[in-house]
Design a protein around this ligand. Structure first.
Ligand SMILES: Nc1ncnc2c1ncn2[C@@H]1O[C@H](COP(=O)(O)OP(=O)(O)OP(=O)(O)O)[C@@H](O)[C@H]1O
Length: 389
């Protein structure tokens, strides 16, 4: 009986390998007697999109093999000697865990965030948590997160920024706090780094920016949990008014884990105006809807470029953000043109919203819309956010 089963799974193993073409990148196959298959695929941390495409294709091919009832592929990655970083490895800080960039999470981490796993209770020192998310990388999500935080802080709100972008933590650069490390207080809690009136914690403070990182298993959640729960954001008597979480782009495991396991009050979706973004943004919205996180609306970035004569050039298409918002039944919370003031603010560690230029006004307006929508979600305390003109 057992022997028979094992022969059956062996056969399936062979058939799947053949269906995939016996590739070198296939590190392993686990076949359960019921035909459930798990593929372990070697991922190139420098070509994550290609690895993701490989993962999807491998799952599809495995599913086509007779006898396979379900197929799931996991990407794993190791640092290779051909890594872009050839210099010697920096020393790991005591008490921190070295993680590497790129890989999907392990089954264990995924199972931590399975649907139905309740999010942790409200965090005593934090009144509200706003997630800033985007379907794609490089659209300006971190710029929005940092500048919204700066706009809220300028309004006198106790504002925190948790940079959970594991693939490219940019808050330290954008806040001018690169190289800083959060201290621990007498209770052993991390003390956020303060800049521009914003309390910040970033994956970037906990890991070496020069070391390529691959995030493995529970490390993602434990780092985020630590920065969320074991940090001196506020106290029950004097809580942070708003914590903004800058999530990694996309709808992968890290984002799902945050949406499921963190008591998020609401999310905003950041997008550029390109039409092609719609499917991705829809997926992002669906993820939040499945995890019962209200989405306040869409923020469009890089909407246009204004030349010195004042003429607008819609380099990435026009009206895409509104179309996306309409398609999702959400409000368009604001549009941000391409402004050198915004980029320079990010590069120099002085967020535009912390200053007094035209970009500051734009972020202030968007922050106001976000605040109004956030308030409409509150059924009872905490107190309303009041924006003064
Ligand atoms: N409205 C804007 N005007 C000019 N430059 C912008 C604007 N928004 C973002 N940028 C610039 O575009 C680049 C990418 O922005 P940002 O890092 O915020 O994107 P992201 O979506 O967070 O990317 P990632 O996927 O790396 O997290 C940065 O150099 C930033 O300064």
């Amino acid at each position: 009986m057992f022997r028979g089963k094992s022969r059956q799974t062996d056969k399936l193993d062979t058939r799947i390998r053949e269906a995939l073409g016996n590739p070198e990148w296939l590190q392993g196959i686990a076949v359960k007697p019921d035909g459930a298959v798990t593929l372990v695929i070697d991922a190139d941390p420098n070509a994550l999109d290609a690895s993701e495409a490989r993962r999807v294709e491998a799952e599809a091919r495995a599913m086509n093999v007779k006898g396979v009832t379900s197929a799931r592929a996991m990407l794993t990655a190791e640092r290779t000697p051909s890594s872009a970083h050839t210099h010697s490895e920096p020393q790991q800080r005591p008490g921190t865990q070295r993680v590497r960039k790129g890989a999907r999470l392990s089954d264990e981490a995924i199972s931590q965030g399975q649907p139905g796993t309740p999010a942790t209770d409200r965090i005593p020192g934090i009144s509200r948590i706003l997630v800033v998310a985007s379907a794609k990388g490089g659209v300006g999500k971190s710029t929005v997160a940092v500048n919204l935080a700066a706009a809220f802080a300028k309004q006198g709100l106790r504002t925190g920024l948790l940079d959970a972008d594991i693939y490219g933590p940019s808050a330290p650069t954008m806040l001018g706090t690169s190289g800083e490390a959060p201290q621990t207080n007498a209770d052993g809690n991390l003390v956020p780094v303060k800049a521009h009136g914003i309390d910040s914690l970033s994956i970037g403070y906990l890991s070496d920016p020069d070391a390529p990182m691959i995030w493995r298993g529970p490390i993602v959640m434990s780092a985020i949990t630590q920065m969320l729960n074991d940090a001196a954001w506020g106290t029950p008597d004097d809580p942070l008014d708003l914590l903004i979480i800058d999530t990694p782009p996309g709808t992968g495991d890290a984002q799902l884990t945050i949406a499921q396991r963190v008591p998020v009050t609401a999310a905003v979706l950041v997008t550029t105006p390109q039409e092609v973004a719609l499917a991705d943004v829809r997926r992002g919205a669906a993820m939040f809807s499945k995890t019962a996180v209200p989405v306040l609306g869409v923020i469009e970035t890089m909407s246009w470029f204004e030349d010195p004569t004042g003429a607008r050039h819609y380099l990435m298409g026009e009206g895409g953000g509104q179309k996306i918002a309409d398609a999702l039944g959400l409000p368009l919370l604001g549009q941000l043109p391409m402004l050198s003031e915004i980029r320079e603010g990010g590069d120099s560690g002085k967020p535009a919203a912390a200053g007094n230029g035209s970009a500051a006004n734009l972020f202030h307006e968007i922050a106001r819309s976000v605040a109004l929508n956030l308030d409409s979600l509150q059924t009872k305390a905490p107190p309303r956010i009041i924006f003064e003109d």
